[in-house]
Write a protein that binds this ligand. Sequence first.
Ligand code: BTN
Length: 263
Amino acid sequence: MIPGVSATPPEPDRPHLPPAYRLVALDAVDSTNEEAKRQARDGAEDGTLIWAREQTQGRGRGGRSWESPRGNLFLSLVLRPDCAPNEAAQLGFVAAVATGDAVGSVAPPMIEIRYKWPNDVLLNDRKAAGILLESQIAPSGGLDWLVLGVGVNIRSFPRDIEPPATSLQFEGAPADLDEVAFLEAFCRHFLTWTNRWLDDGFAPIRKAWLLHAKGIGEQIEVRLPKERPTGELRDLDETGALILGMADGTTRKIAAGDVYFPV
Ligand code: BTN
């Protein structure tokens, strides 16, 4: 048995996924991203999907922790796309749009689905899903593997955090919607959007993301490791970078950071 991993859930609960994915179903794990990275280093194939009912050390972006109780969805995909390392981050937008579509397929139509740069999914203005990308570059300089981790609050969400969180059930999804059904919906949509990205590039993903983007035209603060520039959220560029309109009339492109909306 691999360190940090406990027994698989019983067969009847096993999700039905498109054949493009090789499912590794776990009852509990430290972090599905950590497990996916262990398996990627051991040569796991493209499409290996680590899914756990519970994480004991779930991780978010920027070194934050991710609350991971049973009833929510935790998955990480090992991906080996044939693309440059700097293009791989676009798969975070692919995953955000797939998550939004999966929500749309299971949740009541009144739920407002928004994407917050770079990859958060908000329901009625509160965060319901987050995405964590981690990658390894090959000695040649190409992308070796990418681990794409997705956490979706299905039944519960953390209180007293900033920005505020929510869950699908809190926002009115059917009571019988569980993480297995959502995992199946996510995988269907992620496969569709990944194929679109492979065939047509980032443009259709960017368009779908911008259609539901939060805060275009609004004043934001971007938290970077050493500074916190403020300005108007103008656009998403053709690579996935955020375009910030500065007070002096110039624009600035930001490839990674956290966006905050002043209250
Ligand atoms: C964020 O918004 O900060 C990203 C959250 C990512 C959470 C998911 S849950 C599955 C995978 N395993 C982890 O430890 N993190 C990601």
